[in-house]
Design a protein around this ligand. Sequence first.
Ligand code: NAP
Length: 291
Amino acid sequence: MSDVTVIGLGAMGAALTQSLLMAGHRVTVWNRSAERAKPLVERGAVQASDVQQAVAASPVIVVCVLDYEASHSILEEAGGLLAGKVLVQLSTGSPLDARDGERWAKAHGADYLDGALLATPSQIGRPDTPIFLSGAESAYRKAEPVLKAMGGGLMYRGAEPGAAAAWDIAALSCMFGAMFGFFHGVRVCEAEGLSVETFGDMMGRISPVIGEMIRSQGKAIAAEDYGNPESSMEICAGSGTLFLRQAHEAGIGSEFPTFADGLFRRAMAAGLGEEKLAAMIKVLRSRGATE
Ligand code: NAP
């Protein structure tokens, strides 16, 4: 028996396997394209000849393939062998995917954990690598020793299986939102002949201030406290107008300014001008209600 089986040896599955081997775990691997197992076998992994053998080999089965559809097509062939095991799904998906995954695993007698990796393959296995996990706590405890080898920053998000995927999507939307703003900022710098590298360095340095802003918006929304703003929605909305005007003046793309200005305009039209920026959530909530 191995300690853990890894199904899926793409860039991420290979990195996960490598971190498990480095931590001294006995690992069985399987991948649709068998040749991808070769470098891992050279480092000590055992290659299963088929999915059934892979599932039978370990008490903890980690799956990391393209998506849930791919995962389902693989596991369907070995569902009968999953009873009594912990299935850890690390392929990226939605909360609904995770809930369906748990239902399927339970129907086959397996415990289920759903996880989201907040890291690139080269960041796997570090003491602070963040991984969100959700599902039955008993399953988490059983899988914890192998999961720890993949990332020291395990964050168990509770029994609701969709929680890890929801945290992942929420965190990614915050990250990519910032990135799109950054890329527009790069175009502003380029239009004015400023150093893009210096701009990146500066934003990295002041990122704790942005972190503070995010934390304070979260607190205001949680408390539904939108009054007495230091910087009102109306003042912030001026930035949206300015983004658009500058983009037109400089002849650069206006995708990000149009998006930001559009939301500010809706906030102003909704009468939120004297409230905190956090009141933007009311605009997004009203959109959800009308779609
Ligand atoms: P990848 O390098 O493209 O590998 C994809 C894996 O999925 C391969 O093992 C591939 O098998 C398998 N696969 C795809 N379609 C399949 C099918 N229909 N049937 C069976 N196997 C199939 O992707 P990756 O970077 O390893 O990503 C894997 C998961 O990790 C994804 O859900 C991704 O979102 C998540 N993730 C990745 C990163 C990252 O930075 N790479 C970060 C966080 C999360 P073959 O080798 O046979 O093609």
